[in-house]
Design a protein around this ligand. Sequence first.
Ligand SMILES: [Zn+2]
Ligand SMILES: [Zn+2]
Length: 337
Amino acid sequence: MCALTFPVRHYFRLAIPRPLGFNLAMGYFTDALNRRLFKRRCLAILLLCLCGSLTWADYLEITLLGTGTPRLSAERYGSATLIQAGGKYFLFDAGRGAVIRLHQADITPDQIEQVFITHLHSDHITGLDDLWITGWIYQRPSALKVYGPEGTKHTIDALRSMYHKDIHYRTSNVRHEHAQLLSEEVTQGVIYQASGVTITAFYVDHKPVEPALGYRLDFGDRSVLISGDTTYSDNLIKHAQDVDVLIHEIAGSDATLVARNPRLAKIMAYHTNPQQLAKVLQKTQPRLAVFNHVLLFGMTEESALAQIRQDYPGRIEMGYDLMHIQLGEKITVNTLP
Ligand SMILES: [Zn+2]
Ligand SMILES: [Zn+2]
């Protein structure tokens, strides 16, 4: 670990052993000596909590950490989408470079405690080991839990086995519970419910990859749907009704290229082209559609968007890494600095 690049605030964190309950208890004890101040602080905290819960229930944030594909790109890292809701982070897929993008978003990997994998194609999981181990180094307070389709348990068991030496070395001087990596295989239905957040998994069509999942996150009146990799899917459309933000993969290709290249034709067949996307959007009418997993051959991003706009007049955006979406009464789209 390079001492020059390791942020000072993390040295500070490492210097203070968790739990921090002792410090908090001492703080309250001191405050209690001055009852009037203590009462005022309690009232302020209560008001903050009340205001916070009212605001939180109507607001969430989405950060596109990776909008790319298996193809190498310095601009588009592997699939990874982060949603912040109810004071918690929910990461969907952990493709190439997910931890670096988190770092750019000023989020340390220990803050990620749950990951939802859409399917087990490598471009959706190659950042998983980095997230797990680096989060351990940063003192993740609990296990990292990975939800995913059938096959996820085998993958996670294999990761533990692959890193058995590293785990052995590190557990000799670091608490072992930070290293825990748990898995849960899920099928279609509600798979997570806590702190007002509901996450529903649903099947998409990425044959021959089966099962492949999409996820919908609902928080108060707000909702986000992540397609994962899929071609046109009626089941996705069913689950995307009334969704605020639809994050959908896109794949476009010049027709002559596809006609000449059978391998490309096979790839395009299990992704969603601009014409199919326009149909999905006509049938779901999200407040905002954002495209990720951008796979274009012989076609520019502008021409792909123009094709969709021919058949769908709603708000659409081509996603890019570190695109930051604030979802409340209004939806604002920015780039993280
Ligand atoms: Zn895939
Ligand atoms: Zn993919």
